[in-house]
Design a protein around this ligand. Structure first.
Ligand code: CA
Length: 504
């Protein structure tokens, strides 16, 4: 009998189907499907009474709206959510493992930073902006720079405009405005930009250059104010001139073998399905554990997608201080959602549900798997810079295009992105490696998915094997020896800066 299902935990009373199965398929000796069940969806392994627990990952995903028969298909309409775990009185530092998988290599070829801190994986001229108003002019100039200047500076990988929607028409003094301001400020310091600052301002915006840069960095050689220039051509000329000076400096940067402690990468997932939590995310978690073992820094994020497993994360926080920050970030996000009259149940997408994820609890259990087993040494507010090395929880929204810039602001120089349904997501400022959860996804997007973790579901590979493959690919991409598909095709999503404060 070909294996048609995956059951994860002894306690589970559901399994997910590896492929779509027809009605009448014998799944286990005593379980036969009562109807056709789509790929990745849940089949009841026993009768479940009304209000009975539906258990996957050994965790209660929800309660049955009505009685369910053994062999029934359990879809998202058939269960209701449990209350989220309380963030008060959580246990901290209760589960701190030391037996992490040993990394096969401990160095990578990176760009040391003149300012210290993490090393770059790419050598990029990052051009920061204080306000969206300058974007039109800057984009014209950047195209000209890429055509006329970049080919002359062979050691520079790219020129990237950090365009965003913040900067003016916003309540700049609102308490939560500190989040977008901090993110934009820290973005200017991303290690891939090599410590070179180039800022384009308009001149009348609320986000002033003084708010964006440290005082010592505010000098004419770093800042162009468009309202101080005599017309369009003068603007283009000034931008070209400053870019050339910066490119000349960046061109002198060279890769050198560095300890992995100088590498900082991010993990996130998007377009997840029921396989994400058993193939792609655990593989990423295994690679994360190897990186942490070798001294690297790995961030994972996405508040609503860890909220239902927050107690598991709390147990991995190295001390009470870290744990309390975790609790505070969760509480802040609960209040943020409540203020918008929603809760964490607003997270799953139609695609998630089609992929078998019934609700946010199921999605969260899969999402957390990307963090591996390492102890959590620090918790960051959105866009904050880390002060530690190791596994870090960077609290950001789960939205792919918001989590991306938040992690970039926190210093990642590469992101690993797990997907089940498929998204061509990419970032301009850092390479993005795509890992898929199903063989079907890889077959459909051969030329977009870098690593296929779907082989784990079919028994062709183990989590450890795919995790090691991913680790090696991360090192190769970080070292500039290989490129991910998103980087080859220059798939660059816009940077959506998280702004929980009012717009005026
Ligand atoms: Ca995401």
């Amino acid at each position: 009998m070909e294996k048609t299902y995956i059951k994860i935990n002894e306690r589970d009373n559901v399994a997910i189907t590896i492929h779509t199965i027809a009605k009448g398929t014998k799944v286990l000796d005593d379980v036969v499907s009562n109807e056709e069940i789509p790929q990745g969806h849940k089949i009841a392994l026993s009768d479940i009474s009304k209000d009975g627990e539906i258990i996957r990952y050994g965790v209660v995903l929800g309660y049955a709206m009505d009685s369910i028969k053994k062999g029934d298909w359990i879809n998202e309409k058939m269960l209701y959510l449990p209350t989220p775990p309380s963030v008060d009185n959580m246990d901290f530092a209760k589960y701190l493992v030391t037996d992490l998988p040993v990394a096969p290599v401990r160095v990578f070829d990176g760009y040391k930073n003149p300012n210290g801190g993490y090393a770059g994986t790419r050598n990029i001229l990052g051009i920061s902006t204080t306000v969206q108003c300058v974007t039109g002019v800057l984009n014209v100039a950047v195209k000209k720079m890429k055509d006329e200047l970049l080919p002359k500076y062979k050691n520079v990988d790219d020129i990237v405009a950090i365009n965003h929607a913040y900067g003016c028409g916003v309540a700049i003094n609102a308490p939560e405005a500190k989040i977008p301001i901090r993110a934009l400020k820290n973005l200017t310091k991303n290690p891939n930009f090599g410590g070179e600052l180039m800022v384009v301002a308009l001149g009348c915006e609320k986000l002033t250059v003084e708010m964006l840069l440290d005082e010592t960095d505010i000098k004419p050689e770093n800042v162009i104010v468009l309202q101080e220039l005599q017309g369009y051509q003068a603007m283009i000329d000034a931008l070209m001139k400053m870019a050339e000076v910066k490119l000349r400096i960046l061109d002198k940067r060279r890769r050198e073998p560095l300890n992995l402690s100088e590498l900082c990468i991010g993990m996130q997932c998007g377009g997840s399905d029921a396989f994400s939590g058993i193939t792609a995310n655990p593989s990423a978690g295994y690679a994360a554990d190897m990186l942490v073992e070798a001294g690297a820094t790995v961030m994972f994020s996405e508040v609503t997608e860890v909220r239902d497993g927050v107690h598991m994360i709390a147990e991995r926080c190295v001390n009470e201080e870290v744990g309390k920050k975790l609790a505070a970030e969760m509480k802040w996000y609960d209040a943020y959602l409540e203020n918008g009259q929603v809760d964490r149940s607003a997270n799953p997408t139609p695609g998630n549900k089609k992929g078998g994820l019934s609700n946010i609890v199921e999605k969260a259990m899969g999402s957390i798997a990307k963090s591996g087993r390492s102890p959590i040494v620090e918790v960051l507010s959105p866009g904050e810079m880390p002060s530690k090395h190791g596994l870090i929880y960077a609290a950001t929204p789960a939205s792919d295009i918001v989590c991306g810039p938040c992690q970039l602001a926190s210093g990642i120089t590469l992101q690993v992105f797990m997907t089940g349904r498929g998204t061509p997501y990419g970032l301009a400022a850092a390479p993005v490696i795509k890992v898929c959860s199903r063989n079907d996804m890889k077959n459909m997007w051969q030329d977009l998915i870098d690593i296929n973790a779907g082989k784990i579901a079919t028994g062709e590979a183990t989590i450890e094997e795919v995790g090691t493959e991913l680790f090696n690919f991360i090192i190769d991409v970080a070292s500039g020896r290989k490129k991910s598909f998103a980087e080859i095709y220059k798939l660059h999503n816009d940077l959506c800066i998280f702004n929980p404060a009012p717009i005026t």
